[in-house]
Design a protein around this ligand. Structure first.
Ligand code: HEM
Ligand SMILES: [Cu+2]
Length: 569
C-alpha cells in the first residue's frame, strides 16, 4: 500500500457523525476543565467552602475525571478510528452501525452526567464501592462502554475484507495502531462490565445488601490500568504515523512501530495490581510480578522515544541541519499552518516526565511513599493531560479544519500547547512536591488543611498548593484560547474543499512486517499472560474477603456507627 495517499472526498454522513462526536464531548469539556480550575482553587484554600458554582467538591471531581478522562477520550478515539480506518483502507464504514454506537455512547453519557449533576453519582471516575451511585449512573456507564465496543466491531469486517482483497500487502500502520487500541479496550472492559452489571448495579438497586470491595477494586484495576493505554495509543498512532511527516521527514522504522504496538497488546493488561500495592489480601509475590511486568511496558515507550528522536533528527537534516545536535533547531516549532506538529511535539516533551514519574509509581517500594498523595494527580496529568490530551485536541482541530474546510486561527492554535506545557510544568511540580510532603489527593483542603481556623491546618503545604493553583490557572487559560479556536472554526466561514485527509508519513526503513503481520499470536500471548498473572491475584482476593461491606455515604459517616459492619464476633 502506498503511503503517498492523497485527500479523499468526504462522505457527508461520516462528516456529520464525526463532527457530533468531536463537538459534543468538547462542549462538555468546558465543564470538565472548569472543574479542574475550581479544584485547584479549593485545594489551595482560595475558595474555602464545601461547594463552588453549585458543585460539591466530590461532585466536581467526579465530573472532571469522567468528562475529561473517559467521555472525551473515548468519543475522540471512536471518531478518530472511524475516519482513520476509512481513510487508510480507502473503504466506507457502515454508517448505520457507527450511528448505533454513537447513540449508545451519547445516551450513556447523558445518564451518567445527569446523575452526577443531581448529586446521585459523586463516586469519582473510579466508582469504587462502598461509595454508591444511583442505578442510572451504572447503567449509563454500561451503555457507554457497549457503544464503544459496537464502534470497534464495525471496523473488523472492513479490515478482514481489505486483507482478502490485498493479499500479501502490509496493513497500514495507522490501522494496526487503531486496532491495537481497541483490542486492548475490548479485553480490559470485560471484567469492568462484570463489575458494573453483576456487582454494582444489583447492589445499587437494593437487590443485594453488601458488596465485596476488594473483588470490585481488583476488577476495576484490571480495566483501570489498560485504560491508560487506551488513552495513550491513539496518541502513539499520531506519533508514529504523522509526527515524522509534520516534522518534514519520514518515520525512521516502520517495524519499530509495529513491535511497540504488539508489546502493548501483551503487557497492557496483566499489570493492574500495581494500583493495589497498598491493599492487604493480595500476596506480595503477585504484586511484585505485576511490578516487573509494569516495568516491561516501559520498553515500547523507550522504543517510541528512540524512534521519534531518530525520525525528528532525519527531518531536521532534511531541513538542512548539520552537526550533531542542531537538527533540534530546524524543526517547525512555530509554524501557524502546521500547528499539529507543536501539539504532538510538546506532548512528547511532557510525556518524558510523565514516563519517569510512572516508573517511580510502578516500583513496589517507592509506591508506598507516594500512594494516595497529591503526587498521583501530579504524575498522571503529565500523561493523560499531557501527550494524550494535546494530541486529541490538536487532532480534533485538524479534523474539523479538513472536514469542514473552515479556517483555523493558526497562531492562536499554536499558543495552546506551549501555554499548556508551562502550566502543567508548574501545576504538576506543585502537586508532586506537595505529595512528597504528605499532601493528600481527592481532598477539599480549603475546608481543612489550608484553613487557618481548622485544627488540621498545615501551612507548610502553602507554597506547593499555590504553585498548583497558578499552573492550573495557566492550563485553564490555554483551554479558553483553545475553545475559542475550536468553536470559532466550527461555526466559521468555509474557505476550502471538505476532504478526508491525514498527514501520514512514509517510512525511512520500510521493513517487512514479519511476525508483526498478524494480531493473532499477540492476542493469544496476552490472554495467556493475563491468566498467569491474574489467577493467583483473584484466588488471594477471594480467600481474604470473608466479609462484604454495606454502602458508605461520605456525607453521613455516622451511619457506620449504626450499621452492622464491622461484624460482631
Ligand atoms: C485546566 C486543566 C486542569 C486542571 C486545573 C486540573 C486539575 C486537577 C486537580 C487539582 C486534580 C486533583 C484533585 C484532587 O485529587 O483533589 C485533578 C484530578 C484529575 N484530573 Fe485534572 N486538571 C486539568 C485537566 C485535566 C485533563 C485534561 C484531564 C484528562 C484528560 C484530567 C484528568 C484528571 C483525572 C482523571 C483526575 C483524577 C480524578 C479523581 O481522583 O477521581 N485533568 N485535576
Ligand atoms: Cu497503572
Amino acid at each position: 500500500m502506498s503511503l503517498r495517499q492523497t485527500a479523499m472526498s468526504l462522505d457527508r454522513g461520516l462528516k456529520r457523525l464525526t463532527l457530533i462526536q468531536l463537538a459534543v464531548p468538547m462542549a462538555l469539556l468546558i465543564v470538565g476543565i472548569g472543574g479542574g480550575l475550581l479544584q485547584t482553587l479549593m485545594r489551595a484554600g482560595i475558595i474555602k467552602s464545601p461547594s463552588a458554582l453549585g458543585l460539591e467538591y466530590y461532585q466536581g471531581l467526579t465530573l472532571h475525571g469522567i468528562i475529561n478522562a473517559i467521555v472525551f477520550t473515548t468519543f475522540f478515539a471512536v471518531a478518530f478510528g472511524n475516519a482513520l480506518v476509512s481513510y487508510s483502507l480507502r473503504v466506507a464504514i457502515n454508517l448505520k452501525i457507527a450511528w448505533l454506537a454513537n447513540w449508545l455512547m451519547l445516551v450513556g453519557t447523558v445518564m451518567v452526567a445527569a446523575m452526577v449533576f443531581a448529586g446521585e453519582g459523586s463516586v469519582l471516575y473510579t466508582f469504587y464501592p462502598p461509595l454508591k451511585a444511583h442505578p442510572v449512573f451504572y447503567a449509563g456507564l454500561a451503555l457507554f462502554v457497549v457503544g464503544s465496543w459496537v464502534a470497534f466491531w464495525n471496523w473488523i469486517p472492513l479490515y478482514l475484507q481489505w486483507r482478502r482483497e490485498h493479499p500479501g500487502q502490509k496493513t497500514p500502520l495507522a490501522v494496526v495502531g487503531i486496532f491495537t487500541t481497541f483490542i486492548v479496550w475490548q479485553i480490559c472492559t470485560v471484567p469492568v462490565a462484570y463489575e458494573v452489571i453483576v456487582l454494582l448495579l444489583p447492589w445499587s438497586l437494593g437487590w443485594t445488601d453488601t458488596i465485596n470491595i476488594e473483588f470490585a477494586r481488583t476488577l476495576f484495576w484490571f480495566f483501570g490500568h489498560p485504560l491508560v493505554y487506551f488513552w495513550l495509543l491513539p496518541a502513539y498512532v499520531m506519533f508514529y504515523t504523522m509526527l515524522p511527516k509534520l516534522a518534514g521527514g519520514k518515520l525512521f522504522s516502520d517495524r519499530a512501530g509495529r513491535l511497540a504496538l504488539m508489546i502493548f497488546i501483551i503487557l497492557s493488561i496483566p499489570v493492574g495490581a500495581h494500583h493495589q500495592f497498598a491493599e492487604p489480601g493480595i500476596g506480595a509475590q503477585w504484586k511484585l510480578l505485576h511490578s516487573f511486568l509494569t516495568l516491561g511496558v516501559t520498553i515500547p515507550s523507550f522504543i517510541t522515544a528512540f524512534t521519534m528522536a531518530a525520525s525528528l533528527e532525519y527531518a531536521g537534516r532534511q531541513r538542512g541541519a548539520k552537526g550533531l545536535l542542531n537538527w533540534f533547531g530546524k524543526l517547525p516549532y512555530f509554524q501557524a499552518d502546521n500547528y499539529m506538529f507543536a501539539y504532538l511535539f510538546v506532548g512528547l516533551v511532557i510525556f518524558f516526565f510523565g514516563g519517569i514519574t510512572g516508573i517511580i509509581n510502578a516500583s513496589y517500594n517507592l509506591n508506598n511513599v507516594v500512594h494516595n498523595t497529591a503526587w498521583m494527580p501530579g504524575h498522571f496529568h503529565m500523561t493523560v493531560a499531557g501527550p494524550v490530551f494535546l494530541a486529541f485536541i490538536g487532532m480534533s482541530l485538524y479534523m474539523v479544519q479538513k472536514m469542514t474546510g473552515k479556517k483555523i486561527k493558526g497562531k492562536l492554535a499554536l499558543a495552546v500547547p506551549y501555554l499548556w506545557m508551562i502550566g502543567i510544568a508548574i501545576f504538576s511540580t506543585g502537586l508532586m512536591r506537595g505529595g512528597l510532603h504528605g499532601e493528600p489527593r481527592r481532598t477539599n483542603m480549603g475546608l481543612t488543611y489550608l484553613n487557618p481556623e481548622s485544627s488540621l491546618y498545615q501551612p507548610e503545604w502553602k507554597l506547593w498548593v499555590m504553585m498548583t493553583a497558578i499552573g492550573g490557572t495557566i492550563m485553564f487559560l490555554a483551554m479558553v484560547i483553545y475553545f475559542a479556536v475550536f468553536f470559532g472554526a466550527l461555526f466559521g466561514k468555509k474557505t476550502e474543499e471538505e476532504v478526508l485527509e491525514f498527514p501520514l508519513s512514509e517510512a525511512y526503513h520500510d521493513e517487512k512486517p514479519g511476525i508483526f503481520a498478524n494480531f493473532k499470536p499477540w492476542v493469544i500471548a496476552a490472554i495467556i499472560l493475563i491468566v498467569v498473572s491474574y489467577t493467583p491475584v483473584l484466588i488471594d482476593v477471594m480467600r481474604s474477603t470473608a466479609y462484604t461491606a454495606p454502602p458508605y455515604d461520605p456525607h453521613v459517616p455516622s451511619q457506620l456507627a449504626s450499621s452492622s459492619f464491622p461484624p460482631t464476633w
